[in-house]
Design a protein around this ligand. Structure first.
Ligand code: SF4
Length: 498
């Protein structure tokens, strides 16, 4: 599709909305009028007599629609409000032409709750909710979900201090690659031989990172081992990593240590015991669906029976804080089948359930659906999430973190639900960017947060295991920059107070 940008700088906003309605189309942005395509979005801006005149036209095969708007140049916060006005024009036209109304309206960005909190601080909760509804076109249902999530994440956020940090450990290996995966995870068939060396180097990086954290005077709040599938490693390797963390970081302030076990087919009794004996507080067992036909279609080589067995084993080994991940909008899944999955999972009574909406990235294997199909998928995924909201609320789960990704089916969201007291602090901190995350392993990104300001610096590790191994020292040198950054942050804070 062609997106025409004529006389303005709202490319990001326009392109993001095109992605919401047509996620499978490659958007080509061109500048100035006079372009054509079977799917063409024209967005124009010009100033006349002290006013901004906005014009949006969309041609979708044989259909055509146009809307215009006039905007005062004297409007406070002109740039932002004008961009929003243009987004609303485009949104209205696309709703009219496609018959589809995305529930998050023109709200772009991955952290709606952070935005809601900022608006609440500026104008109060009621006005902030009204802004979501009336200015951003967020549906009533999603505005309410956002308000509830904001309320429940508040105590978790309040527990973070300026000197707090969390530790993330990346295990970028999986038994096979799921069809929808966009992550850097490598199947063990391809890279399994690298695992022993990877684990050794990862442990060295953890030792080094512990020294960096100590030198910066940081206080450990949470640890999260994710992936990939951490339980692709054997019990000895898992034990070695956990022991390295416990032996080198100051664990006295650590509230939780999560291992995202992930795929049920990798979970065995010896691994569970290795984790439990070492004080892992929370694990995640991720069925994604309890429909075996869908599981086969998405390339996850496990069955519902294996999920149930892994859950039973985990309980038997003493885990009293288990999360289960589900995905709404999987190819081949129906609303009825998804509802059966949710019923099956709630019957197990895990302490938390995280419901993702499928996000198709351009790099994933099943990114080939057509335009109309996507809209139908979006409607079904919307119904699935409505069922989640009803059932989990009834069963006393609370929504405590929420985020969005680009190209999610129906432009919906991912929400973490937990029984009160079982909220995963790490998930809230990473989404809110509340404090520093020191991240180790391939594909990991450390986020160094200014203790007193909304300023964040990223330090990237190499993405793939073979790069991680081959250029290890370079990456360790990058970690040392954390100390320099903290020195600068503290220096700037001292200057502020002087
Ligand atoms: S388990 Fe997760 S990280 Fe691994 S291949 Fe599947 S989607 Fe990707």
């Amino acid at each position: 599709m062609t997106l025409v940008i004529d006389g303005h700088s709202y490319l990001y906003e326009m392109e993001s909305l095109c992605d919401v309605f047509f996620p499978y189309e490659k958007v080509t942005a061109v500048y100035g009028d006079g372009h054509d395509d079977s799917l063409l979005v024209y967005t124009g801006y010009k100033e006349e007599n002290g006013e901004a005149r906005l014009c949006v036209r969309v041609k979708m095969e044989e259909r055509f629609a146009e809307k215009q708007g006039v905007f005062s140049l004297k409007e406070p916060d002109f740039e932002r409000q004008c961009g929003l006005a243009m987004a609303v024009l485009l949104f209205d036209i696309l709703v009219e032409l496609t018959g589809y109304r995305p529930a998050w309206g023109v709200l772009i960005g991955v952290r709606p709750i952070k935005l809601l909190r900022k608006l609440t601080a500026e104008m109060g909760k009621e006005q902030a909710a009204a802004y979501f509804l009336n200015s951003l076109y967020v549906s009533k249902e999603k505005t309410e979900l956002s308000l509830r999530t904001m309320e429940h994440e508040q105590p978790v956020l309040a527990a973070s201090r300026p000197e707090s940090f969390s530790l993330y450990i990346s295990i970028p290996f999986c038994p096979t690659r799921c069809a929808y995966c966009s992550f850097v995870a490598q199947s063990t068939e391809k890279t399994g031989r690298l695992i022993p060396q990877y684990v050794e180097l990862l442990c060295n990086e953890l030792v080094h990172t512990a020294k960096v954290a100590k030198a910066c005077g940081l206080r450990l709040e949470t640890v999260y081992m994710g992936g990939g599938t951490p339980t692709t490693l054997n019990a000895r390797q898992l034990g070695q990593i956990i022991d390295t963390v416990s032996g080198h970081f100051d664990m006295r302030t650590c509230r939780e240590f999560t291992v995202e076990a992930g795929r049920p087919d990798t979970i065995t009794e010896d691994k569970l015991r290795a984790m439990k004996e070492r004080g892992i507080t929370r694990i995640s067992i991720n069925p994604q669906t309890l429909n075996d036909t869908v599981l086969r279609a998405i390339g996850r080589n496990h069955t519902t029976q294996q999920t149930l067995e892994a859950f039973r084993l985990a309980r038997q080994c003493g885990f009293d804080n288990i999360n289960m991940d589900l995905i709404a909008g999987l190819a081949g899944d129906s609303v009825e089948s998804f509802c059966r999955t949710l019923d099956g999972v709630t019957a197990l009574e895990p302490e938390s359930i995280t419901v993702h909406t499928l996000a198709l990235k351009r790099s994933s294997h099943i990114n080939q659906n057509g335009r109309v199909h996507f809209i139908n998928d979006g409607k079904s995924a919307g119904e699935m999430l409505r069922y989640v909201n009803t059932v989990l609320t009834k069963k006393q789960y609370i929504p405590y973190y929420l985020y969005r990704q680009s190209r999610m089916v129906g432009n919906l969201e991912n929400t973490g639900w937990a029984k009160p007291g079982f909220e995963n602090y790490y998930n809230v901190y990473i989404m809110d960017e509340s404090h520093t995350i020191l991240a180790c392993g391939a594909g990991a990104v450390s986020k160094i947060k200014h203790p007193y300001k909304e300023e964040l610096q990223r330090i990237f590790n190499f993405k793939f295991p073979y790069e991680y191994i081959g250029r290890y020292q370079e990456m360790i040198d990058r970690k040392d920059k954390v100390k320099e950054l903290y020195r600068q942050f503290l220096q700037s804070s001292t200057n502020l107070t002087n």
